[in-house]
Design a protein around this ligand. Structure first.
Ligand SMILES: C[S@@+](CC[C@H](N)C(=O)[O-])C[C@H]1O[C@@H](n2cnc3c(N)ncnc32)[C@H](O)[C@@H]1O
Length: 286
């Protein structure tokens, strides 16, 4: 990591001088969306640019070592206490004047989409039933599922998704590739030795005990959402972490200069990856 050659002298993070050093940026829970020149962390690493680390444990970086800390669609995978500890840890690593940007699914927006779809479905508007079903899945499925992909995966794998445009508008461009993916049926011996085949065998041998073990193991695995946030609770959390100038942003807006060249929240055509999100930034005080 670069050494600090010159301290910040201004209180506006976006214009704070870095002196001769390069800005240090950290992406926590990056998944496959990371910038090679940043420090990237995820529980699993499939790239030399990603450090494998469980974010429920303290991070191996000194205090005040980063200028920009970014985390997208990770906080909601922790329970409330772990989530708060995680954001305190993120704030600890920020230099004075540094910026924390958090992106999470916005429970307010999901609830509004649901209420609107409910209204339209209840009035019998054409096509509204599919929107209503999808809006319910967006609200609850990732919290309640006990198998990978859950009912949202089933919905997106249908041969014909009746409200494709609504799904992309509410859940982002990532759902497009999932809808386009073909489901291949495994047959015969391949089926027996597939993961599903093995699970059927364990189920036959151990019955409901296997089912409880499998569901418990899945729910420990990191896919499910354990808490949800909105503009009010996320702001409070930022403030409890000691951050100031807390501001809700649009996907295409950041205090961090050049953030959008990183292509983390919007693609090169300006399309938002995860439109169901809330984007919030706060500044580490001097
Ligand atoms: C929904 S994905 C988001 C990935 C990426 N940030 C994005 O916005 O596309 C959640 C990511 O958090 C990671 N994750 C979940 N629990 C974690 C943990 N305890 N420690 C580290 N990473 C974790 C997962 O491996 C996954 O890559």
């Amino acid at each position: 990591m670069a050494t600090i050659l010159e301290p910040h002298t201004q209180h506006d993070a976006a214009t704070a001088p870095l002196g001769n050093r390069t800005a240090e940026c950290l992406n926590l829970g990056c998944g496959s969306r990371f910038v090679p020149s940043w420090t990237n962390v995820d529980i699993r690493s499939r790239s030399p640019h990603v450090i494998a680390h469980d974010l429920r444990r303290p991070l191996p970086f000194p205090d005040a070592s980063f200028d920009f800390v970014y985390t997208s669609h990770v906080l909601e995978h922790f329970d409330r206490d772990d989530g708060e500890t995680f954001l305190h840890e993120a704030a600890r690593m920020l230099r004075p004047g540094g910026i924390l940007r958090v992106v999470v699914p916005d429970v307010e927006q999901l609830a509004r989409v649901y209420l609107d779809a409910l209204q339209r479905a209840d009035e019998g508007q054409p096509g509204a039933d599919a929107d209503y079903q999808w809006s319910l899945l967006m609200l609850f499925d990732q919290m309640l599922r006990d198998r990978s992909g859950g009912a949202m995966g089933d919905y997106l794998r249908q041969a014909h998704v009746p409200n494709r445009d609504f799904v992309v508008a509410t859940s982002g461009t990532e759902t497009e590739s999932l809808m386009d993916r073909q489901v291949k049926q495994r047959r015969g011996l391949r089926r027996l030795f597939s993961r599903g085949g093995r699970e059927r065998l364990w189920r036959r041998l151990f019955g409901s005990r296997f089912e409880a073990y499998r569901a418990g193991r899945f729910r420990q695995g990191g896919e499910i959402h354990r808490w949800m946030y909105d503009r009010y609770s996320l702001r409070q959390l930022f403030e409890r972490c000691g951050l100031g100038e807390v501001r809700r942003c649009a996907a295409a807006e950041s205090r961090w200069p050049g953030f959008h060249e990183a292509g983390l929240d919007i693609d090169s055509e300006g399309r938002v990856y995860k439109p169901e999100s809330i984007y919030m930034e706060g500044v580490q005080p001097y």
